[in-house]
Design a protein around this ligand. Structure first.
Ligand SMILES: Cc1cc2nc3c(=O)[nH]c(=O)nc-3n(C[C@H](O)[C@H](O)[C@H](O)COP(=O)(O)O)c2cc1C
Length: 205
């Protein structure tokens, strides 16, 4: 049986109604990143080009399309914190994405509680079910195949502190269903919550 496939070279037009790239690579965990600058001014913004890359040591990272306040703060201080974006915090997360000047504190803009970090100066979102304090390992500016330097930066950080709200710990487990993370999915303005979960044990387990 031949399965009919739409193929395109990304340097050409995709030939569809909208660019499908972000819809194919979905759903994505949102990196809701809090930082502060060298003067202690707090900043908060969502980044959905986000991932976990190592569990021992725990390393996470996210990419910025353009050199934004978050990346500048991380370069200045060497620290950032990831905050879990729950369904209850969706509107606040969206408000924190506003393109405001560096002197605007998005915690205040979004009506969120700014809680001081334990091991980093970056504050965390007090309402968030979980947060990961990170120290910067590396900032990488991406280069394309043709060798040109892009306007995309990736920050990799090692987790140095883990916060979990006790009301989301049940029977010794982080209750992901109760936390209700929201995920970036599909096209502009599309989000998802956790759907059906199922268990499958690895062959080597
Ligand atoms: C759900 C969501 C995901 C986003 N993901 C990214 C991303 O992966 N990379 C990026 O550069 N901007 C992303 N943005 C846009 C930034 O949040 C926005 O440019 C923000 O103003 C940056 O803030 P900052 O300058 O304080 O860092 C996203 C926005 C939303 C609402």
């Amino acid at each position: 049986m031949t399965i009919d496939v739409h193929f395109y070279d990304p340097s050409d037009h995709h030939g569809l109604a909208h660019d499908p790239f972000k819809a194919i690579l979905a759903p994505r965990v949102i990196g809701w990143i809090s930082t502060c600058n060298a003067q202690g001014q707090a900043n908060l913004a969502p980044y959905s080009f986000f991932g976990a890359f190592s569990s021992n040591p725990k390393i996470i990272g996210f990419s910025s399309e353009g050199y934004k306040d978050t990346m500048r703060n991380i370069e200045e201080t060497g620290e950032f914190t990831w905050n879990l974006t729950s369904r209850a915090l969706a509107d606040a997360m969206n408000r924190s994405a506003a393109p405001v000047t560096p002197n605007v504190n998005e915690f205040e803009l979004a009506g969120l509680t700014q809680v001081p970090g334990r091991h980093v100066k970056a504050p965390r979102v007090g309402e968030s079910p979980a947060a990961l304090e990170c120290k910067l390992l590396k900032i990488l500016r991406l280069e394309a195949l043709d060798g040109h330097t892009t306007h995309n930066w990736i920050a990799f950080g090692q987790v140095v502190g883990v916060h979990i709200r006790r009301d989301f710990i049940h029977n010794g487990l982080f209750d992901l269903k109760a936390a209700q993370p929201i995920l970036r999915a599909g096209y502009r303005g599309d989000y998802a919550t956790l759907g059906e979960m199922f268990e499958m044990i690895r062959p080597d387990a």
